[in-house]
Design a protein around this ligand. Structure first.
Ligand SMILES: Cc1ncc(COP(=O)(O)O)c(C=O)c1O
Length: 389
């Protein structure tokens, strides 16, 4: 039995998405900019997907710009807004210390070009207090970027409250909702943001496609220049089949959001309780309440997370040590570090993230296997990390 509990890294495609992408790849080969029948068919399919995404997040279809995924959506939000606002004298950007690398490294790149950047700290449970954001913002802040749900620990941030603070100072508010869309209700009007990023492969859609929602009237410059695609906001011939897949995933996500959230929360809690009771020296990282229903992040005392990850993989169980980008290295998680956890806990934590195909039998399997593996590693491991804990 193989178990995949790494849905926050990426998800398997929904069967309906596979079908729709295959059909679109075969039948909708026209260039959506062409005026003839083939082009118009492709354009209609793209517009249908645009409506599906707009419905999922309560936006207007005209406010959706398709991108190559979450990374591009984050880059577009930050660089596009920064460039548009540069002339107004606003040269300051604010984010939190627990953002995804797509945001953090874009900030670093802009800092090298003279932008002032501030990373707001989070509390021990991985939540940013709106007051901390208020302290960081000033009259020259162009944009505040705070993720909706964190990819490593799943915590949900108080976006609407932070957006209100950003707007008081005339700054734009962006949220990276890559890990919340189709897991919890995401409503751009309720969140009161100006820009929102999403990515299809985190909710049963294809990789390499996503979107940036841009509130109507928001001043943005394109980061990809070329043709007049996406109302002059993102140049490049549209990836029709993937966009169609994104649309199907959005409709599926909207239809089963509530039921799936309840089902996954029950499975996640069963997994968490099973681990906490069967494996001594374990503790959950993050906020137990304000988090997405599919994610838990657990510290295993006197165990090196990478070793446990490999031991689990040998048993056919796939999990993660946090963000996929830092896997394969012993870099401590920047998220757990920002929460102020001691070094050993930033290196002994595993993320379990569930999804569409997760079952109770899989949860049982993981809970059965873990005590033996952890015990073995604790006996064998003589690493400095283990010794310190
Ligand atoms: C919070 C968050 N933002 C952005 C991204 C990047 O999205 P993509 O993989 O579509 O580029 C990810 C994916 O790991 C993510 O978890």
């Amino acid at each position: 039995m193989r178990v995949y509990f790494d849905y926050n890294a990426t998800t398997p495609l929904a069967p309906e998405v596979i079908e729709a992408v295959a059909t679109a790849s075969r039948d909708l080969f026209g260039n959506a900019s062409s005026v003839h029948h083939y082009g118009q068919q492709a354009k209609a399919a793209i517009d249908d997907a645009r409506s599906a995404i707009a419905t999922l997040i309560n936006g207007d279809p005209s406010e959706i710009v398709f991108t190559s995924g979450g990374t591009e959506a984050d880059n577009f939000a930050i660089r596009g807004a920064a460039e548009a606002l540069e002339a107004t004298g606003r040269r300051h950007l604010v984010a939190t210390a627990i953002e995804h690398e797509a945001v953090l490294n874009t900030f670093k790149a802009l800092a090298r070009r003279g932008w002032r950047t501030t990373l707001v700290p989070v509390d021990q449970s991985g939540i940013v207090a709106p007051e901390r954001v208020r302290e960081a913002i000033s009259r020259d802040t162009a944009l505040v970027s705070v993720m909706h749900a964190n990819n490593e620990i799943g915590t949900i941030q108080p976006i609407a409250a932070i957006a209100a603070i950003a707007h008081e100072q005339g700054a734009l508010m962006h949220t990276d909702a890559v890990q919340s869309v189709a897991k919890i209700p995401v409503d751009v009007r309720e969140l009161a943001v100006d820009l929102l990023s999403l990515s299809a492969h985190k909710f049963s859609g294809p990789k390499g496609v996503g979107a940036l929602w841009i509130k109507r009237g928001t001043r943005m410059l394109p980061i990809l220049t070329g043709g007049k695609h996406e109302r002059n906001r993102r140049a490049g011939t549209e990836n029709v089949a993937s966009i169609v897949g994104l649309g199907v995933a959005a409709r599926l996500g909207a239809n089963k959001l509530t039921a799936e959230a309840v089902r996954l929360a029950a499975l996640r809690d069963q997994l968490e309780q099973g681990i906490l009771t069967r494996v001594a020296g374990t503790v959950v990282n993050g906020d137990p309440h304000a988090r997405v229903p599919n994610t838990t992040n657990i510290s295993f005392d006197r165990v090196e997370a990478e070793s446990l990850l490999i031991a689990l993989d040998l048993e056919g169980i796939a999990v993660s040590t946090g963000s996929a980008c830092s896997s394969g290295t012993l870099e401590p998680s920047h998220v757990l570090r920002a929460m102020g956890l001691p070094t050993h806990r930033t290196q002994n934590s595993l993320r379990f993230s569930l999804g569409q195909f997760s079952t109770a039998a899989e949860v049982e399997r993981v809970v059965d296997v873990l005590p033996r593996l952890v015990e073995k590693l604790r006996r064998l491991t003589k690493s400095p990390v283990a010794a310190r804990s």
